[in-house]
Every structure is written in C-alpha cells, then in structure tokens.
Ligand binder design. Sequence first.
Ligand code: PDD
Length: 283
Amino acid sequence: MSRTVYVNGSFVPEEAAKVSVFDRGFLFADGVYEVTSVLGGKLIDFAGHAKRLERSLNELDMAAPCTMDELLKIHRELVRLNEVDEGLVYLQVTRGAADRDFVFPEGVAPTLVLFTQSKTLIDSPAAKKGAKIISIEDIRWGRRDIKTVQLLYPSMGKMMAKAAGADDAWLVEDGFVTEGTSNNAYIVKNGRIITRQLSTDILHGITRAAVLRFAREAQMEVEERPFTIEEAMDADEAFTTSASAFVMPVVSVDGAELGDGTPGPVAKRLREIYLDESQKVAV
Ligand code: PDD
C-alpha cells in the first residue's frame, strides 16, 4: 500500500513526492530532522521534539518552514491518513533548493518533508532480548547537539556492529562513551544510573529527558557524568534511550555479558514507566 507523505504544503502519494536535485539537504546534508513515535495513534512528546527542532534550526540559522502548531497539525493529519496506530513520524527540514554554493543562499524557502513508518514498537522482540553493543571511535563532527541529517558515520557504526555479530555501537571519544549511534547511552552500577551530561558532544535526547525525570521521581539515583567502556563492561546493567526504541536494555558490551546476560531490572522498570507515563500525555 502506498503511503501518503507530506512535501512542501501538500499531502501526496509517495510515488508522486519530489524534491529538487539542487536541494541543499541532498548536496550538503544541510538539513535537520526529528523522529517522533506514535502509540495508539497519538504522538509521544511532540512538544519536546518541536522545541528541539526549533533549536536545531536556530543553531544553523535556517528558516522554520511553518509554526510548530502547524507542524503538529501536519503530523496528526499524516498519522490519520496513513492509519498509523504504532510507529514513527519522520520530519526533515532543509535549507531548500539553490544553485550549488557553499555559502548559504538568501531568500530561499526551506524544504519540509514528513513521512510515517508503521512499526511494532512496544512488543519489540529486540527489547525483550536486549542489545549487544560494540564500542567504536567517535569520529563525528563537534556539534552533535544539532540533529542534522549527516548520518553516514552512525550508519557505518551500525554496519560495524552487524559485522561483529552485535546489534549496535557506542561511540567513544577521549576514552569516554559519548552516546550510541542513534540513541543515548546509560550504565547502572549498584542501583545508580550513570549517563553522560548534556553538552555539544551528544544529542539532547527527548527520551533521555523524560526517562531521567521519571527515574528521579521514582527515587532512583542518577549521575550525569562521562563513563568508560571498561566501566560499562563491569556494570550491573546498561540501556539506551531513543524515540524509536524507548528504553532498550543492553545485555553485553564488547563481548562482556552484563549481569546474567538478560535485560536488567532497572532498564525493564524504566521502559514500563516510560511507556505508561508518555502515553498518558500523548497528543
Ligand atoms: N535518533 N543520540 C543520537 C545520535 C540520536 O540519533 C538519537 C535519536 C538520540 C536519542 O534522541 P531522542 O530520544 O530524542 O530520540 C540520541 C533517532 C531516533 C533516529 O535517528 O532515528
């Protein structure tokens, strides 16, 4: 079945959706994106994703294609048209189409594209099994707090994990874990949840913010600081967070099994709390 996608003001069948070959997203990766999950036909934490999108646009001096209220309407309409009960909405804004020049063009309308992906997210077999992680060097650019579409290295990282018989990779810079290829990274030791503090080194995960808030409300101890792969290999458990996988337990790091090699209690509890609480306020 063909999906309906959104391109620059129109809802069209995916075969009819077109973007210019001169689009700066295509030529320069001059674009930003958001991924918002859908559960029970409703958007999870839309306000958080809209706020981060505005921040990404501001940091790159890129024009917003419309107001955030209009964006919410487009998201909802796309979910309705595609009858998405569980899945994701992908949104991308680029600086628009202009003759190829490194200098930012002026007076060009931004490109706005959205599409949906129906997908089982809650009853995911991967979350039941837990993820095996390998570590790789973090050689991405220095503004990882901006959610740009420059995803080649994260994509290569997933391929390195696959080649090693693992599920995902954690990125290491100057001896410390920054984050996962497409998620934020956490370890748990003696009941304490440890995750790197916010800076330009990592993406400020919307799921991260919610999960840390729920953890603190549940009287769990949270420490925001960098940790090493050696600490992770010696942790009681570990997990990642992202809009597409919520809280994903990690069962091994660089071949070292954590705990009994199955998803740990803290990750499982946080996953349940996150799924309950985030659905209560979904829009
Ligand atoms: N990725 N860090 C990176 C590098 C990411 O790409 C993501 C999200 C996160 C988690 O952010 P959030 O909780 O807001 O989803 C952290 C999305 C899901 C993706 O690229 O598909």
